[in-house]
Design a protein around this ligand. Structure first.
Ligand SMILES: Cc1cc2nc3c(=O)[nH]c(=O)nc-3n(C[C@H](O)[C@H](O)[C@H](O)COP(=O)(O)O)c2cc1C
Length: 107
């Protein structure tokens, strides 16, 4: 399937087959590929939590407008963004660091 067909074919899934399980290896592999995603300053400001514990999933359902798919899925991948990477002080400090090392390399 080429990329444009893939874009047209994708859809959200809200019902999951209970008998299907996804191994930790498969999840690790998918997350490894996902970690190639670009980010500003290449800060990769995310943390990923994989949740398989049903009682934790049930608790998260309450914070998700009580949507049933939150507990029907075999797992939840919680992605946390670290906004501190994008505060002005951090960006300026990082930019200065790069500028200084660029100048050193050009000497
Ligand atoms: C940021 C974002 C949040 C979403 N949140 C939910 C959600 O909480 N529950 C849900 O069932 N679908 C959610 N969706 C899926 C959208 O409802 C869905 O993409 C839209 O209805 C179009 O359907 P499709 O993805 O099958 O093309 C979300 C999509 C995005 C992009």
């Amino acid at each position: 399937m080429d990329f444009l067909n893939y874009l047209d074919a994708r859809k959200s899934v809200r019902h999951f087959k209970q008998q299907v399980t996804i191994s930790n290896e498969e999840i690790f592999n998918i997350l490894n590929h996902a970690a190639n995603a670009p980010s500003g300053n290449n800060a990769q400001p995310w943390k990923v939590i994989v949740i398989k514990n049903k009682s934790v999933m049930k608790m998260l359902q309450k914070f998700s407008y009580n949507q049933e798919q939150v507990t029907q899925a075999s797992m939840i991948i919680l992605i946390l963004g670290d906004k501190s990477h994008y505060n002005t002080d951090y960006l300026i400090a990082n930019q200065l660091k790069h500028n200084i090392s660029d100048k050193r390399e050009n000497q």
